[in-house]
Design a protein around this ligand. Structure first.
Ligand SMILES: [Zn+2]
Ligand SMILES: [Zn+2]
Ligand SMILES: [Zn+2]
Length: 355
């Protein structure tokens, strides 16, 4: 305002070439060519990498995910753009996701620490049993744990007594009834953008107590797999310790609390207990043919993994589900007020949370 200049004396901050009067746009105190100005101020879609379409008022209308701040055109919610089954980010047109072959897709960041077969998951499973022991909640019984495909998990859940409570997205289950399952014994290889060569095995389960086995969906990153295991182990603990007639939101709520606490302990520890992976790439743009690491021992880049852990915690805290979300929030209030042990004792006696 009130400032005069000779055209040609002022240069664009972006390309350094002189500007004429007609092509100047200001951003902050700096002059730019109009085209660069648009680059700076008009949001680009992180899926198709085009400028996000504007409405009649000239405003860019887009979606922005709350946790990841991923900006994208509204149209991608309807055009079958894939999303990662773990972190929920939409697939970008220049970074193809891996298809897990059951309708799920996995982004390359989540793939870096993905747990793909039952053997791969054992170390993680034992570390979570140790975590329970460290909390004075030792689980004496050896409960077999298997990684399974989506269809196997869904069928097992239907076969269990709670089959009618089927959720659209089951990720794990603690079995008390099912006698046979098919587990993944050999991890698949990545070929192009899909998985090939997975080996499965039919397994007979022996019922000698309240809890027969724990099943978890294959292919999730280490921290998500661990949080599901922590949740299912809490179901096991409750059953083995004789907790009966607990309201569903109370049981799921306290299981979510244990899941959250384990995630928090992993994220807070800076994931330092594990050696860094030699195969994990430090960049999210690694090619799809990169090897994913053996995740029970190694993880991806630790800052990437930490951010993922924070996302899984965010999901638990903000879940809109009446059973899981409200259950967690009520359980968390009780645990913060009375501590875990007293809250559990109260649930044992009354079937509900202390108020
Ligand atoms: Zn777009
Ligand atoms: Zn992901
Ligand atoms: Zn549950």
């Amino acid at each position: 305002m009130g400032t005069y200049f000779h055209p040609g004396c002022i240069c664009c901050r972006s390309c350094s070439f002189p500007l004429t009067e007609h092509e100047i746009s200001m951003s902050g105190n700096y002059p730019y060519h109009r085209s660069y100005f648009k680059e700076l101020t008009h949001p680009k879609c992180e899926v198709c990498h085009q400028f996000i379409p504007t409405n009649r008022a000239g405003l860019a209308v887009h979606r922005c995910s709350r946790f990841w701040s991923q900006k994208y055109c509204l149209s991608h919610e309807l055009d079958k753009t894939a999303y990662c089954c773990s972190c929920r980010r939409l697939e970008s047109w220049n970074a193809r996701y891996i298809s897990l072959g059951d309708g799920r897709s996995l982004c390359l960041e989540c793939l870096e620490s993905a747990v793909m077969d039952t053997g791969d998951c054992q170390l993680l499973y034992h570390s979570i049993r140790d975590y329970y022991e460290g909390m004075n909640m030792r689980i004496d019984q050896q409960i077999p744990m298997f990684l399974v495909e989506r269809q196997v998990l869904n069928e097992a859940i239907v076969e269990e007594k709670h089959g009618n409570r089927r959720l659209p997205e089951n990720r794990g289950v603690c079995l008390s009834e099912v006698q046979r399952i098919t587990s993944i014994v050999k991890r698949p290889k990545i070929e192009g953008h899909r998985l090939v060569g997975m080996r499965t095995q039919r397994q007979k389960l022996i019922r000698n107590s309240e809890v027969i086995a724990i099943l978890v969906l294959f292919g999730f990153p280490r921290l998500l797999t661990g949080s599901i295991l922590a949740h299912e182990l809490m179901h096991s603990w409750l059953r083995l310790k004789g907790y009966r007639n607990i309201k569903r939101e109370v049981e799921e709520g306290i299981c979510e609390v244990l899941s959250y606490m384990w995630l928090e302990s992993e994220v807070m520890s800076g994931l330092r207990s594990r050696p860094s992976s030699s195969t994990a790439s430090s960049s999210s743009s690694s090619s799809s043919s990169s090897h994913y690491s053996s995740s029970s021992k190694k993880g991806g880049n630790s800052s990437t993994e930490k951010k993922l852990g924070e996302f899984f915690m965010y999901q638990i805290v903000n879940s809109p589900s009446k059973i899981y979300g409200d259950g967690f929030r009520a359980a968390n209030v009780a645990v913060n007020k009375y501590g875990l042990r007293r809250t559990l004792d109260h649930i044992h006696m009354t079937g509900s949370f202390p108020i």
